[in-house]
Design a binder for this molecule. Structure first.
Ligand code: AMP
Length: 214
């Protein structure tokens, strides 16, 4: 099963992605996580991406496609995967089609900007495991410390309010056209397009997704 999980930054994609991938035994391909790993490693790609990410802008389509292509060519992806944060532009969706990557489902988590700003500005992550906390809605047992490893949590630079607003603007300008692209449902091999209310409780959203995918 090949899925695109789609939604504004902070719509809850990361949380749903984990649950879906566990249930269907498919790898979670988050281009944002891959880029952050490259930044941590200090690779050439990471250095190129870091400035763009910290400014809330998008990394180039070519670079993203190269990353994605390398990942899905791995054996572990042979029976499917879930894309989180990819594609982010119509150009990426077209490049994906040109590579014959055919998606079964596009799931859109629909939320409004105010919800997103509250969620993202309070989000804290454990970078090594990508465990996600929230200072108000899902706090760690000890303030600012990962429950499992005891290591410090991080407030991502791009989760600060001014950068969040910039990311939302970029999303509206560059990613919003993809909603139209996928909801039109034209042509052969078009994925089933499903809209979910991203303001519902996370467990309720997961339940709905399982019902629909089954
Ligand atoms: P995310 O964790 O998905 O919100 O991604 C964090 C940042 O990584 C984004 O703000 C972009 O700078 C970059 N990024 C992630 N995925 C993509 C993509 N598919 N295309 C371009 N830039 C991306």
């Amino acid at each position: 099963m090949k899925i695109i999980l789609f939604g504004i930054p902070g719509s809850g994609k990361g949380t749903q992605a984990k649950v879906i991938c566990q249930k269907y035994h498919i790898p979670h391909i988050s281009t944002g996580d891959m880029l952050r790993a490259a930044v941590r490693e200090g690779s050439h790609l990471g250095l190129q991406a870091q400035k763009v990410m910290n400014a809330g802008e998008l990394v180039s389509d070519d670079l993203i496609l190269q990353l994605v292509k390398e990942r899905i060519d791995q054996d572990v992806c042979s029976s499917g995967y879930l894309f989180d944060g990819f594609p982010r532009t119509v150009v990426q969706a077209d490049l994906m089609k040109a590579l014959n990557i055919n998606i079964d489902f596009v799931l859109l988590l629909d939320v409004n900007d105010n919800v997103v700003i509250e969620r993202l500005s309070g989000r804290r992550i454990h970078p090594e495991s990508n465990r996600i906390y929230h200072i108000k809605f899902n706090p760690p047992k000890v303030e600012n410390v990962d429950d499992v490893t005891g290591e410090p949590l991080v407030h991502r630079d791009d989760d600060k309010e001014d950068v969040i607003r910039q990311r939302l603007d970029v999303y509206r300008a560059q990613t919003f056209p993809l909603i139209d692209y996928y909801s039109r449902n034209e042509g052969v091999n078009t994925p089933v397009y499903i809209v979910l209310n991203g303001c519902d409780r996370p467990d309720k959203i997961s339940e709905k997704i399982f019902q629909l995918l089954n």
